[in-house]
Write a protein that binds this ligand. Structure first.
Ligand SMILES: Cc1cc2nc3c(=O)[nH]c(=O)nc-3n(C[C@H](O)[C@H](O)[C@H](O)COP(=O)(O)OP(=O)(O)OC[C@H]3O[C@@H](n4cnc5c(N)ncnc54)[C@H](O)[C@@H]3O)c2cc1C
Length: 459
């Protein structure tokens, strides 16, 4: 039987302790709301435990190793180099543990009650909602759903058997794998597939990426994807584009294209064809919360169709990125506090932390054309930056800015190291809507790779 006590009454209940959930709880508590947060697995969610942070920890080891391995061009010689995967894994676990405990400390210092259990929305009450977790009832005036997403498991013959045997995995298992497979086949050439391909290739696996589209890196600018594919191919990653996987056998992955059926051997098969919102068991049907293709529908205030219930992060499927979840969480909390904050998706960057890095924000040439927007492209090789040239051997990086008729930046795409950091300046340009003339007056530090943005403005 469920019981509800007075201490279980809150201003806000947050379901999910990932970036969307923990930031919402933090902001709400700081503003004085009595807040409870439910997390069924681990604080930090996908991002800290099995997403952004673990992959970047792996990739930094790969970057250090590659740098030393190819150091001759820079006058650096090293003998007996190697990647020790168990040590890379141990370091990743240490970084994750430190960040997760940091989130726990923030919850504690904000006096946020954290309930380590699965939460289910029950019924609407006079002034709020009832939520159940571990057979205890909680009451909250407002609810933020931040239940995140999970890897899509394709219905391909052999997948189920492969998962049961441990040979077919998702990114979750791949980030905890104890040894480097000899032959790794990755199904899906999007951001997650490519970052995994980069690390495991550098660490010694023979990597094949099978992608259904005719380009890698999903919505990234076609020219940037092409350069990245060449760079990764040069380092030994094999790409099979325009191919559809039809079966996974005990030894092979079977795929087809217009030319017929082909196979590639694989010790481990990584499924990375996308992610879908986690909504099962949340009790959304009970309250009549509207969904579209499995995602909770939200407006630009992060409101669902049920007043008092908000949804942020991957569960609304708008842009499945941690930084989107952070900002959406802030918008939801501000609106709960009675302020009119609005979510804007125009200047949300996407980053690929491969070697070389790539980053994109706003329109690409392809999307601008589709929308009928008139624009001019300003483009320069990254080698126009002195620091890029000093630090990169044979780099083929480029920087592209898309400018509209009002002389505003509407898109930026970069490939080359530090792109992940440099893209921020383009985000500010797009979000502010200020003219190119204004940004031409900004002084950039020298020498930085970021100066490429300044150089490109003057093309
Ligand atoms: C391999 C990989 C690499 C990635 N790299 C990047 C990157 O570099 N940059 C980037 O921006 N994004 C990256 N992402 C995406 C990023 O991890 C997500 O966009 C982000 O974690 C979404 O945050 P969220 O709060 O919406 O959900 P999540 O982080 O998924 O958190 C949701 C939480 O809710 C909990 N939960 C679900 N249902 C319930 C319930 N009923 N009761 C209680 N708890 C519940 C879950 O256990 C989970 O902890 C990556 C993802 C993966 C898989």
């Amino acid at each position: 039987m469920c019981v509800m006590k007075d201490e279980n009454r809150f201003d806000l209940a947050v379901i999910g302790g990932g970036p969307g959930g923990y930031l919402a709880a933090e902001r709400a508590a700081a503003a004085g709301l009595r807040t409870v947060l439910f997390e069924k697995r681990s604080l930090g969610g996908t991002c800290l435990n099995e997403g952004c942070i673990p992959t970047k920890s792996f990739l930094y080891s790969a970057k250090l190793y590659s740098g030393a391995l190819h150091g001759e061009g820079f006058g650096v010689h090293a003998d007996a180099l190697g990647i020790n995967h168990p040590e890379v894994l141990a370091r990743k676990n240490k970084v994750v543990a430190a960040l997760v405990s940091g989130v726990a400390m923030k919850m504690q210092s904000g006096k946020i009650q954290v309930i380590a259990a699965t939460a289910t929305l029950k019924n609407r009450l006079e002034d709020g909602f009832a939520i159940e977790a571990d057979e205890i009832k909680y009451y909250a005036k407002n609810v933020i759903i931040a239940s995140g997403s999970e890897a899509i498991i394709p219905q391909i013959p052999g997948v189920k058997e492969g998962i049961n045997s441990g040979r077919v995995v998702t990114s979750r298992e791949m980030l905890d794998i104890k040894s480097i497979p000899e032959k790794l086949t990755i199904i899906g050439g999007g951001v997650i597939g490519l970052e995994m391909a980069d690390y495991f290739n550098t660490a010694g696996a023979e990597v094949t990426v099978i992608e259904m589209l005719d380009k890698i890196a999903g919505p990234f600018d076609a020219e940037i994807s092409g350069i990245l594919q060449k760079e990764l191919s040069r380092r030994g990653i094999r790409f099979m584009l325009g191919k559809r996987v039809t079966q996974i056998t005990v030894e092979n992955v079977v795929f087809e294209s217009g030319d017929g059926e082909e196979t590639t051997p694989a010790d481990i098969v990584l499924l990375s064809i996308g992610r879908r919102p986690v909504t099962e068991g949340l009790g959304l049907e009970t309250l009549g919360i509207e969904m579209d293709r499995g995602a909770i529908i939200t407006d630009d205030h992060m409101r669902t169709n049920v007043m008092g219930i908000y949804a942020v992060g991957d569960v609304n499927s708008k842009l499945m990125l941690a930084h989107t979840a952070y900002r959406e969480a802030e918008v939801a909390v501000e609106n709960i506090l009675g302020k009119n904050d609005v979510m804007s998706y125009e200047a949300v960057p996407s980053v690929l932390y491969t070697y070389p890095e790539a980053a994109s924000v706003g329109e690409t040439e392809q999307t601008a054309k589709e929308k009928g927007v008139r624009f001019e492209v300003k483009k320069l090789p990254m080698a126009y930056s002195g620091r890029y040239l000093a630090e990169t051997e044979n780099g083929r990086g480029i920087c592209k800015l898309l400018i509209n008729e009002k002389e505003q930046v509407i898109g930026a795409q970069l490939i080359g190291n530090y792109a992940s950091e440099i893209i921020l300046s383009a985000c500010v340009m797009i979000e502010s809507g200020l003219s190119l003339e204004t940004f031409k007056k900004v002084v950039f530090p020298h020498p930085t790779v970021g100066e490429i943005i300044r150089e490109t403005m003057f093309v």
